[in-house]
Design a protein around this ligand. Structure first.
Ligand code: EPU
Length: 338
């Protein structure tokens, strides 16, 4: 394995922003991963794990430690009755994995089509979209425990999955994902409950997997920036979760606002994009090359050459305005690396 020095990180991210890594290693096996971590230990340097770079904003000054890009590949299938267990390397492209399992007629991740990034990133951030969340079909994960320096298998119940969180964000730095295991169904079980999908399939209640994938890709095309033209990391903020009582008060103030219940918690999910759009009227608002995307205000798009500090300044003004206007504190979904 080769450890490079002073590697620009911007090309490794979908934002296309950020300074260099002091050291950079691309690891394709668990042994290479151990070797790179030993190198960082020896130099007493912080380590930052990067997957597809699709949910990060890297500081303009870069990262002064070792950036580890996990490139562990491979997808293995094991048929077990009415389902197939799929073991997939953390470095595989998430959407490549989704497309492959759809070709094999396996159900459970089709609504998560078109999400950029790697499988490792999908597990860490517990990605969700259009009514599905990766933790629904997730069975377990092989991880490298950086404390005990051993490989362990964690069962889904140990991963503490929540809304865009997991044990990997709650205990950041302790584990590095090596392989994820999904249990996917052979039986058709379309989830078309999400409004946009409901509308598209009103006349076709049992669409095939490929058709659902195409519909999701089509919806996404209309909501996210074209990464070939400009940078983005998708939703920049998490949707705030508030108590039922707070949700009721917000609804009195903003009767047209949609709300989403969260079956796994007592809270109610507030669509921050809606508030930015219909209360602050900030859709399309820009500061220094960064702007709130015209088609989805929760997304920040960045023109080529925009700095990380410009993106953060825009994010801070949104945070301030939402707090002043709606009394809600909001959090980043995007991980800031500095
Ligand atoms: N809305 C507006 N204006 C906007 C944006 C949204 O009125 O500018 C309204 C929509 O019409 C809708 C509601 O707000 O009624 C929610 O919007 P949307 O369905 O687009 O989803 P979201 O809550 O903004 C979440 C995820 C996305 C995921 C979509 C679709 C988070 C932080 N974001 O967005 O995930 O793709 O649902 O399921 O949970 C991501 O995490 O990076 C991400 C893109």
């Amino acid at each position: 394995m080769y450890i490079e020095e002073h590697v620009p990180l911007a090309p490794h991210t979908t934002f296309g922003i950020g300074g260099p890594a002091r050291y950079f290693a691309r690891v394709g096996t668990t042994d290479e991963l151990k070797e790179a971590l030993a190198f960082a230990d020896e130099k007493n340097m912080p380590v930052c794990v990067l997957g597809g770079g699709s949910n990060v904003l890297i500081d303009d000054r870069g990262f002064r430690g070792l950036v580890l890009q996990v490139a562990i590949e491979g997808i293995d299938y094991e048929i077990e009755g009415s389902q197939t267990t799929v073991t997939v390397g953390a470095g595989e492209s998430w959407d490549g994995f989704v497309s492959e399992v759809i070709d094999r007629d396996l159900w459970g991740v089709e609504n998560l089509s078109g999400i950029p990034g790697t499988v490792g990133g999908a597990v860490v951030g517990n990605i969700g979209a259009y009514g599905q969340v990766q933790s629904q079909t997730f069975a377990g994960v092989d991880v490298f425990n950086t404390h005990s320096k051993t490989v362990e298998r964690l069962h889904v119940t140990e991963c503490r999955f929540g809304y865009r969180e997991s044990i990997f964000t709650l205990e950041a730095g302790k584990y590095i994902v090596i392989h994820a295991v999904y249990a996917l169904s052979h039986q058709a079980q379309p989830d078309l409950s999400y409004t946009d999908l409901q509308k598209m399939f009103a006349e076709q209640p049992n669409p095939p997997l490929r058709t659902i994938r195409e519909a999701v890709l089509h919806i996404r095309e209309g909501k996210f920036p074209d990464l070939l033209k400009e940078g983005s990391a998708g939703s920049f903020f998490k949707n705030p979760i508030v108590s039922k009582d707070e949700a009721r008060k917000l609804l009195e103030r903003y009767p047209a606002m949609p709300q989403f219940s969260m079956p796994e918690t007592d809270g109610v999910k507030i669509p921050l994009g809606w508030l930015i759009d219909h209360v602050l009227h900030l859709k399309g608002y820009s500061e220094g090359g960064a702007r709130l995307f015209e088609k989805q205000a929760l997304v920040i798009a960045a023109r080529r050459g925009t700095s990380a500090s410009a993106v953060r300044a825009l994010a801070n003004s949104v945070r301030e305005k939402i707090f002043n206007e709606c009394g809600i504190s909001i959090e980043h979904e995007v991980k800031i690396i500095s």
